[in-house]
Design a protein around this ligand. Structure first.
Ligand code: PEP
Ligand code: MG
Length: 912
């Protein structure tokens, strides 16, 4: 029979799937001999069973009782024992951390009797009644479903009646009265009494935590973080320790390194005479952790020793929650801490320097997503713009948006296309939708470990918190800066999460130090190592630039996949090369037909005779040749895959409605419409297609428009000949789009051979280009073995392959209904963003296997958008592709991820 409960002594960090992150780490700390209040963990399996059946799994209650008995006997007292009650906390803890998203219930075991016992043994009646009212409130709202506003209103009324400015000024009697009021509220709202039985409190609290897995907040968070919905949460039941027993008590959060910058050394917040929840809630402002050294040197020394133990043991940045109960330190939580992208790179490099991890482990711990974030621009404050206020730099980056003062407004304005900054005194989990919608979060209260800071960092969202100088007036929907400036809702603010500053208006942006480094073209060995990288970056943030350079160097050294760029112009090709691209994987020739040149394509389409068409094509030829020459020069020595024209021709003609209106207007004015307009309208009408994406495009164009393939191939061939004559090393490859059958490719290939032979003869230079095809239709993938008879290389066009495999119109569906699909969990992320491994991925696997069976060693790449997506890069590595090709800006990301993909399944990747 399944086992549902594990004592902290029995678990360990490798059991996170079953015990959740929190439970497995509590077990690990217990095993390390750290002072963890005793307790046990109810597994995620129990939660899943409960959510599946709606009932408590058989045997769970018995196991809970047995483990509770152990905790009781270790404590020498029973749960809720009237004279000296053992109290418990019940906390959620999923496989992946979801800060504040699920429920916590504290002080389980208090009732009308044991509250008196607690008052006696603690020596504080006020403390006992305050604990009891917290329990009734939390239990009432979380377990019994009473709206928390009922309790908040009762508390506010009481404070008003007593003339108390805040909770601290309420006495024991007041709180005792409040407990009665709370109990009445529960009775009125639910028809049930607050349960006096400690065992019942425990049982119902556990089930409520299970249920909170499916709460709205938790679901939203999971969707955003791509956490699977079927994991379930574990529940940790633990003896309560109290940080609110007076000035020799307190609670805090500590990091072994700064999670915002990665700088080594202890870092954190402490709140004397407070429960842990008060620290995170950001209600009272905390003091820096260093202050604890003065307040309680012994506890501080002990904490520092435990922090060192944990960092050595986990070989990574750890974050820790602790409580000091009357001078005694208790460790309540640890985990490998979330960090900003900047900190991730810096810490990986430093830990490798310290010898705690290998360079490969360092590489496994950074990510392409993080690198992309570091490439974002920062504010240019050189001409500053005096800051409106300063707060804590809680989550780095630069963001500009209109100030809004609640979550709903943030969501509303964002949906209407506006960029917003969410301003709050402090955020709560209810603010999550607004935080997701906003460009940045700004709070006037709370430390770097407050809810706003933790959640924003997790999302990679810009955040400044604890800007105490700002007075945030939520009612009036405005804030007032220290200099008296009033910022009404809708006023634009610039928030610098790296410096912790807020500016009025929109501050201009400059490239980040990492971007400047990459732009300088310091790639791989060319970087000359970290020293050169630091120099390149200037003084701004040498640490992070150096760390990025090292990670990229390592990735380049270990990766098997080559990385090319999608580039249509010589400028893009030059930039791509600086970013480390090893060639052009896709040059979309249609992009060369825009602007003035559109007219020439128009003439080609409208041509009534062969001679007219030939003239139009002849005019296009030199322009194309110039473009190709430029790109081949920029990529000299590296492959350049040039794709023949792909889109339907009517994309080059004016819009039907526009033309019709123009003609109708001319007629309405009594004149004659322009003959050219009439001619165009006829052509547009003739060429109209209901489903142009499935119509006359790709190779089909080449087969039906006489002279088109020949013109493009001639331009490519002549460009190659020119570069060869100039002493260059051009490596052009000709790629045919949207092939579905080998015969299509055969016809085009014969034409390519014929034209290249002509070019060779005419120029006197032997021009030879491999001819390959895109695999972007299911039929192409399924007949790849035949297609490889004619194709000298394959390149997966995963944009079209996704479109045609799913039957999703790539131009429509994302805006139309993807948000509903994401909401309903059909997929966690758009298949146009991250490759759908089960469907499209299977076609890729088939095509790779069958293509190479026909033509061993067949070169295969991908040039759809997925080529720069981290998760997809890992798939392409495993699928055995030779290269990925992506937009120039994503080249560094793809290099990094290609390196990380090589480490997958090795010790390095398992190190976390
Ligand atoms: C593709 O379909 O993946 C591709 C690269 O081609 P395009 O996006 O130009 O259709
Ligand atoms: Mg395509």
């Amino acid at each position: 029979m399944a086992r549902y409960v594990y004592d902290f002594h029995e678990g360990g960090r490798d059991m996170a799937g079953l015990l959740g992150g929190k439970g497995s780490n509590l077990a690990e700390m217990t095993r390390l001999g750290l002072p963890v209040p005793p307790g046990f963990t109810i597994t995620t399996e129990a939660c899943r069973a409960f959510l599946d059946t709606g009932g408590e799994p058989a045997g769970m209650a018995r196991e809970v009782s047995a483990h509770l008995a152990d905790v009781e006997s270790a404590a020498g007292r029973r749960l809720g024992q009237p004279g000296d009650p053992l109290l418990l906390s019940v906390r959620s803890g999923a496989r992946f951390s979801m800060p504040g998203m699920m429920e916590t219930i504290l002080d389980i075991g208090l009732n009308d009797e044991s509250v008196l016992g607690l008052a006696k043994v603690s020596g504080s009646e006020r403390f006992a009644w305050d604990s009891y009212r917290r329990l009734v409130q939390m239990f009432g709202s979380t377990v019994m479903g009473v709206g928390s506003s009922h309790f908040e209103r009762a508390l506010a009324l009481l404070k008003e009646a007593c003339g108390a400015p805040d909770d601290v000024h309420l006495g024991a009697d007041d709180l005792a009265r409040l407990v009665e009021t709370y109990k009445d509220i529960i009775r009125t709202e639910t028809g049930e009494s607050f349960p006096q039985s400690p065992a019942e409190q425990l049982r119902r609290a556990v089930l409520a935590v299970f249920e909170s897995w499916n709460g709205e907040r938790a679901r939203l968070y999971r969707r955003r973080e791509h956490i699977a919905d079927d994991l379930g949460t574990a529940v940790n039941v633990q003896r309560m320790v109290f940080g609110n027993l007076g000035s020799d008590s307190g609670s805090g959060v500590a990091f072994t390194r700064d999670p915002a910058t990665g700088r080594p050394g202890p870092y954190g917040d402490y709140l004397p005479d407070a429960q842990g929840e008060d620290v995170v809630a950001g209600i009272r402002n905390t003091v820096p952790l260093a202050e604890l050294e003065r307040l309680d040197p012994r506890a501080y020394r002990e904490l520092r020793a435990h922090m060192a133990t944990l960092e050595q043991h986990y070989r990574d940045l750890c974050d820790i929650e602790f409580t000091i109960e009357r001078g005694r330190l208790w460790m309540l939580q640890t985990r490998v801490g979330k960090r900003t992208a900047e900190a991730a790179f810096a810490i990986a490099a430093e830990l490798a320097d310290e010898g705690l991890i290998t360079p490969d482990e360092g590489l496994a711990r950074v990510s392409g997503e993080g690198l992309a974030r570091l490439m974002f621009p920062r504010f240019d404050t050189s001409a500053t713009d005096v800051a409106l206020a300063h707060g804590l730099p809680a989550s780095p980056g630069a963001a500009v948006g209109a100030a809004v003062f609640d979550s709903a407004e943030a969501v509303r304005r964002t949906a209407a296309g506006e960029k917003v900054v969410l301003v709050r005194q402090a955020t709560t989990p209810d603010d999550l939708p607004g935080m997701i919608a906003a460009q940045a979060v700004l709070t006037s209260r709370g430390g770097k470990t407050s809810h706003a800071a933790v959640v924003a960092r997790g999302m990679g969202k810009v955040c400044v918190c604890g800007a105490e100088d700002l007075s945030v007036d939520l009612e009036a929907r405005r804030l007032i800066a220290p200099d008296g400036t009033v910022v009404e809702e809708g006023t634009v603010l610039s928030v610098d999460g790296s410096a912790g500053a807020v500016y009025p208006g929109s501050v201009p942006l400059v490239a980040s130090a990492v971007m400047r480094f990459l732009e300088a073209g310091a790639t791989g060995d060319a970087a000359g190592g970290p020293a050169a990288a630091t120099e390149t970056a200037g003084k701004e943030t040498p640490g992070v630039v150096d760390a990025v350079a090292r990670a990229l160097n390592r990735a380049d050294a270990v990766r098997r996949l080559e990385v090319r760029a999608n580039a249509d112009t010589p400028e893009d090709a030059v930039r791509a090369r600086r970013f480390g691209a090893q060639g052009v994987g896709l040059c979309r020739t249609e992009h060369m037909f825009l602007g003035e040149r559109r007219k020439l394509v128009e003439q080609m389409i409208l041509a009534g005779t062969d001679a007219q068409r030939d003239r139009a094509l002849a005019a296009l030829l030199p322009l194309q040749r110039e473009d190709f020459t430029g790109i081949l020069e920029a990529m000299d020595g590296l492959p350049v895959t040039i794709r023949l024209l792909d889109p339907p021709l009517h994309e080059f003609l004016p819009d039907h409605t526009e033309l019709a209106v123009r003609i109708a207007t001319a007629q309405a004015r009594g004149g004659l419409p322009a003959a050219h307009d009439v001619e165009l309208l006829t052509a547009v009408t003739r060429m109209h297609e209901e489903n142009p994406m499935l119509g006359l495009r790709g190779v089909r164009l080449g087969l039906v428009v006489p002279g088109l393939v020949a013109m493009q191939v001639r331009a490519i061939g002549e460009a190659v000949a020119r570069r060869l004559s100039a002493g260059g090393d051009p490596k052009a490859e000709i790629m045919v789009p949207l092939v579905g059958d080998v015969r299509e490719l055969r016809i085009v290939r014969e034409e390519v051979r014929r034209v290249l032979a002509e070019v060779s003869q005419a120029s006197g230079v032997r021009v030879d280009c491999p001819v390959g095809t895109m695999i972007e239709l299911p039929r192409a993938a399924l007949t790849a073995g035949r297609i490889a008879e004619e194709a000298e290389f394959f390149s997966f066009g995963t944009n079209d392959l996704t479109q045609t495999t799913w039957g999703f119109s790539r131009d429509d569906v994302e805006a139309e209904f993807f948000s509903a699909y994401l909401d309903k969990g059909v997929f966690p992320v758009s298949p146009f963003e991250t490759l759908d491994r089960d469907g499209v991925g299977r076609l890729v696997d088939i095509a790779v296997a069958e293509g190479r069976a026909t033509r061993p060693g067949l070169k295969i790449g991908v040039c759809g958008e997925h080529g720069g997506d981290p998760d997809s890069v890992h798939f392409f590595h495993t699928a055995g592709l030779d290269y990925v090709s992506c937009s120039p800006f994503r080249v560094p990301v793809a290099r990094l991820e290609a390196g990380r993909a090589t480490l997958e399944g090795t010790d390095a990747s398992d190190s976390r």
